[in-house]
Design a protein around this ligand. Structure first.
Ligand code: ZN
Length: 157
């Protein structure tokens, strides 16, 4: 299967059956993420234990197929990881979509590299990266992440 066909299948599958979709009542971290340019809006919930391990992660909200599939795959990938590992994945994912992958990041991302082709479509990059920014905001104690305006995390480093 070509990378493009795989990408389309993964997006369709996760969009139809998003994993870890819904509110997480016992969450101790949460943040909202929005991409007003596309209308994507999600809340990411996480339950982080005393050791800084992400025990549970869920998301809810609505948006385009790319953003929903990205959020779904993110939750699958992030569960059981430490905050530090999650931060590395966020950075790697962002680097992939801006064409700035550094050594080892591709291996780190693994299956998430199915989104690599999104880098060729700049108008969709924010859709794919939005859930990751919401996750980052949640883990770092923020409440809101946006691809635009005053809560813009896109240009932050
Ligand atoms: Zn979108």
């Amino acid at each position: 299967m070509s990378m493009r066909a795989l990408y389309q299948e993964v997006i369709l599958d996760h969009n139809r059956k998003p994993r870890n979709f819904g509110a997480l009542e016992k969450a101790n971290r949460r943040a909202e993420g929005e991409n007003p340019l596309c209308g994507d809006n999600y809340t990411v919930y996480a339950l982080v234990d005393d050791q800084g391990v992400i025990e549970e992660v869920k998301f809810e909200g609505q948006g385009c197929a790319i953003s929903k599939a990205a959020a779904s795959m993110m939750t699958v990938r992030i569960k059981g990881k430490s905050i530090e590992e999650a931060q590395e994945l966020v950075q790697g994912f962002r680097h992939m979509l801006t064409g700035e992958l550094e050594g080892g990041e591709k291996e780190l991302l693994g299956h998430l590299t199915v989104f690599e082709g999104v880098a060729q479509r700049p108008e969709r990059v924010k859709c794919a990266v939005l859930p990751w920014h919401a996750l980052l905001a949640a883990l770092e104690g923020g409440e809101k992440a946006s691809t635009e305006g005053e809560h813009d995390v896109w240009h932050e480093e």
